[in-house]
Design a protein around this ligand. Structure first.
Ligand code: COA
Length: 122
């Protein structure tokens, strides 16, 4: 279990294929990221019940294979589990992820809503 990946046949890097990357939550950094920290989704908490996704980054070598979407999946699932709303400040989230996964639109915060919806008590 020390290393994942290795199915691609390349031996110049030890990177896992993006689609099998584990996503970890680093609460103190307000990030979801790969274990090496190279790919990440950064968020702010303008209020306890609102997650503002400000930036998503994937290294060039791993782009175009859904890793940013996996980071977003983790962030949206986290928000849903805590009764939070999401602000899609990052253009990847607003312009690419949400149109591709419209079910998550129900979590998108809009200004007409209560600015302080009740978070779950977790
Ligand atoms: N805004 C919106 N969509 C973007 C984008 C951007 N800035 N950059 C790339 N995309 C789209 C591409 O059009 C691509 O579409 P395709 O699948 O039709 O080719 C799609 O994202 C790829 O999706 P996915 O594989 O899930 O994303 P990824 O793992 O390649 O990572 C980024 C996407 C944006 C995180 C990555 O390209 C990156 O780190 N870019 C530099 C930082 C950046 O611009 N971040 C977004 C603004 S905060």
């Amino acid at each position: 279990m020390a290393k994942r990946g290795g199915g691609g046949g390349t031996d110049d890097r030890e990177e896992a294929p993006p689609e099998t990357e584990i996503i970890v939550w680093r609460e103190e950094a307000r990030r979801f990221e790969t274990p090496d920290g190279e790919a990440f989704l950064q968020y702010r908490l303008p209020s306890p019940a609102v997650m503002d996704v400000v930036h998503t980054y994937v290294p060039r070598s791993k782009r175009g294979r859904g890793l940013a979407a996996r980071l977003c999946d983790a962030a949206f699932a986290h928000a849903r589990g805590r009764g939070m709303r999401v602000v899609p400040t990052c253009s990847y989230v607003s312009d690419t992820y949400l149109p591709r996964y419209p079910a998550w639109n129900e979590l998108v915060y809009n200004e007409d809503q209560d600015p302080n919806p009740n978070p779950s008590s977790m």
